[in-house]
Design a protein around this ligand. Structure first.
Ligand code: PLP
Length: 385
């Protein structure tokens, strides 16, 4: 027997397809259609040209400069880029509603090779194989993959009829299981979000001895960040990523924000797996991204505006569309199946995402692209419906 029993049970994550046979407009993986800031391009060029010797050395294992830059960006944006205010001199400040009532410090930040890797450390550190942790039935499909990988049992709570999270039932089950909770806010693939106040109420009722994880991968496009709640709750961990609002899916950078004690715990886990998860170029490019908050506030706003236009278009075409706070829309049509819609749109050179998962198989998930890409998608849909 060559394979471990663990490996035989593995069910890997299936990412949005990345076909090589022809050039498609990719609206299937929630990538950002805009390139990273020119700061990022310049920083990478400078690094490679002027400091090539650093590619031969191990990078800073604790990514200290990057952590400081992330903390600074969060303080400037309030953790929700699309609502941050850009002043005439190019400086950025949080909107009134997003202001964080304390200063986020570098000691509150942990970074990993994409937030997927951050999540794997979080699962290892905080969930136990003897207890069923709680998550929504439809949420980021990597959570059950890690549960399988680490042999952690799950307790999946169905969504409510309006596709929102059943927060009461999640709390009831967590209390019953003596376990932690994880969900994405805004959630995927629905795009719906809870308010910060709703999450605060959940945290008040949840056991302070169990971990409470909020994945804010999409919050910059219009959700409410829970970072301000870190002042009140020591069991809260917030996971975020450069892949969506920071136009950096290829950089593979994700991070979490929590209290320094939990950050130290995760760092210990990391140091038992991979001492250097963030390579030298990613540290430089990530830091540069955080230094151009105005650019990403602008691109996040553009995506949010385009989303609202596309939402209206889908409604005018007879779609049932969920009100999204993200960079994608989740929609279905009474006259065409999700699978057929996906196929007919693909024939016209655009990729969207269809999940064959029972319960959501009627829907498609469409990433918001540039205005030009969305024009093409709308005319493709016009040809079908
Ligand atoms: C995209 C996504 C992530 C992970 O992104 P990385 O590219 O690994 O940083 C995490 N959570 C949710 C909900 C996502 O949609």
């Amino acid at each position: 027997m060559i394979l471990s029993s663990r490996v035989k049970k593995l069910k890997p994550y299936v990412p949005g397809e990345q076909p090589k046979d022809r050039i498609y407009i990719k609206l299937n993986a929630n990538e950002n259609p805009y390139p990273p800031s020119p700061f990022v391009q310049n920083a990478v060029l400078d690094f490679v040209k002027n400091h090539p010797e650093k590619l031969g050395l191990y990078p800073d294992p604790d990514s200290n400069e990057l952590h400081a830059a992330i903390a600074d960006m969060l303080n400037k944006s309030g953790g929700v880029l699309c609502r941050a205010k850009t002043n005439a001199d190019g400086s950025v400040e949080p909107s009134e509603e997003d202001k964080i009532p304390f200063t986020v410090t570098p000691q509150m930040i942990y970074t990993g090779n994409g937030s997927d890797e951050v999540l794997s450390m979080v699962f290892y550190a905080f969930f136990d194989s003897s207890k069923r942790f709680v998550m929504p039935e439809f949420t980021y499909s990597f959570y059950p993959v890690y549960a399988g990988y680490y042999d952690i049992p799950t307790d999946c709570v169905p969504l409510k009829e309006d596709w929102s999270l059943d927060t009461d039932e999640m709390l009831t089950r967590a209390a019953k299981n003596n376990s932690g909770i994880i969900f994405a806010n805004p959630n995927a693939p629905t795009g719906l979000g809870l308010t910060r106040e709703q999450v605060r109420q959940m945290l008040k009722k949840a056991s302070s001895d169990e971990i409470f994880i909020v994945d804010e991968a999409y919050v910059d496009f219009g959700g409410e960040s829970c970072i301000p709640l870190l002042a009140e709750f020591n069991n809260l961990v917030i996971v975020r990523t450069f892949s969506k609002s920071l136009c950096g899916a290829g950089q593979r950078l994700g991070y979490l924000v929590s209290n320094p004690e939990l950050v130290n715990t995760i760092t210990t886990v990391k140091n038992c797996v991979n001492h250097f998860p963030i390579d030298a170029v990613a540290q430089v490019s990530g830091k540069a991204a955080c230094e151009d908050v105005a650019y990403y506030a602008d691109t996040s706003r553009k995506v949010a505006e385009e989303r609202e236009k596309f939402y209206n278009f889908l409604q005018s075409k007879g779609f049932y569309v969920l009100k999204s706070q993200t960079n994608f829309l989740f929609a279905k049509h009474p006259e065409i199946s999700g699978a057929d819609l996906y196929k007919k749109i693909k024939e016209q050179g655009l990729l969207i995402r269809h999940f064959a998962t029972p319960g959501i198989e009627d829907f498609v998930r469409i990433t918001i692209g540039t205005p030009e890409q969305m024009e093409q998608l709308m005319s493709a849909i016009d040809n079908i419906i």
